[in-house]
Design a protein around this ligand. Structure first.
Ligand code: ATP
Ligand code: MG
Length: 273
């Protein structure tokens, strides 16, 4: 009987899963079979996002970042390791995160507005309320007039903004964004970063963010996980001790510049390997 009162990973095992952790992944390994050979993609990856934290992943192309997101979202099963959210194991389960994939996966038969409200619709929010909120946001990201357009009539960067809004307005607590601003010009990118910061600072949602851009990671994050080359493992965890609210002026701050130099150096050395 007593067994049922002992948490699966109890304190004695040294592996505590706290309800205050929006996400905890432990010791994830993943290989893909390729022409009879196994391609090892993730090697013992562990990371944590506390509730309300903004955490970024940076790492070389092909090191398994998107694969890790797919595992967190339950789209891909890890070979070993676990995914926990708010103290509950959810390995292989879908529907727990708000996810913006690297390729904006919009439904071609739904209008922009209907793409934006998709997740709210699934979760049962009133369509009228969802549409009202969606329209305000569509205007903010510079897509006024495209509410009733279909995705194929939008440019790649415009589609990316729609996919970003959909993730942002999804009701799940943890938002996973896979290079959400990669297709945007510098000015639009900096607008989107500002909105993301504002929203995050107002609502304190938990965010896991993939980017190749070190400056972006430093500007937005509380903590940065730097990944090694494939098979991806955590090379370094960097706390970002910069005050909030963060604004672009921060990019002149000596601490910011020092961290930027160190991280750029680390990434360069990793890419040379
Ligand atoms: N479903 C799959 N089947 C086979 N191989 C896969 C699959 N998904 C990913 N891979 C391989 O896993 C490796 C890691 O891919 P992944 O997309 O996770 O990298 P990434 O770090 O997100 O790269 P990028 O920064 O370029 O987006 C690549 O070699 C890729 O070919
Ligand atoms: Mg990727």
């Amino acid at each position: 009987m007593l067994e049922s009162y002992i948490p699966k990973d109890n304190i004695l095992s040294g592996n505590v899963h706290s309800a205050s952790q929006a996400l905890k992944v432990t010791d994830i390994n993943k290989s893909f079979g390729k022409q009879g050979q196994d391609l090892s993609v993730l090697n013992g990856v562990s990371l944590t996002v506390e509730q309300g934290e903004f955490v970024s992943l940076v790492g070389p192309s092909g090191c398994g970042k998107s694969t890790l997101f797919h595992i967190i979202g339950g789209l891909v099963q890890p070979d070993s390791g676990e995914v926990w959210m708010n103290g509950r194991e959810v390995t292989g389960e879908r529907g727990h995160i708000s996810f913006m994939p690297q390729q904006p996966a919009l439904f071609p038969w739904r209008t922009i507005e209907d793409n934006v409200i998709l997740a709210q619709e699934i979760k049962g929010t009133s369509k009228k309320d969802a549409r009202k909120e969606a329209r305000e946001w569509i205007a903010k990201v510079g897509l006024s007039g495209f509410e009733q357009a279909y995705p194929h009539t939008l440019s790649g960067g415009m589609q990316q903004r729609v996919a970003f809004l959909r993730a942002l307005l999804s009701p799940e607590e943890l938002i996973c964004l896979d290079e959400p601003f990669s297709a945007l010009d510098a000015l639009t990118r900096s607008d989107m970063q500002r909105w993301l910061l504002n929203i995050w600072e107002e609502n304190q949602r938990s965010v896991l963010f993939i980017t190749h851009n070190i400056e972006e990671a430093l500007l937005l994050s509380d903590r940065i996980y730097v990944f090694s080359n494939r098979p991806g493992s955590v090379l370094q965890v960097v706390d970002v001790p910069l005050p909030r609210p963060r604004r672009e002026e921060l990019t002149d701050d000596p601490t910011f510049l020092k961290l930027k130099r160190e991280l750029s150096q680390l990434m360069k050395e990793e890419q040379k390997k």
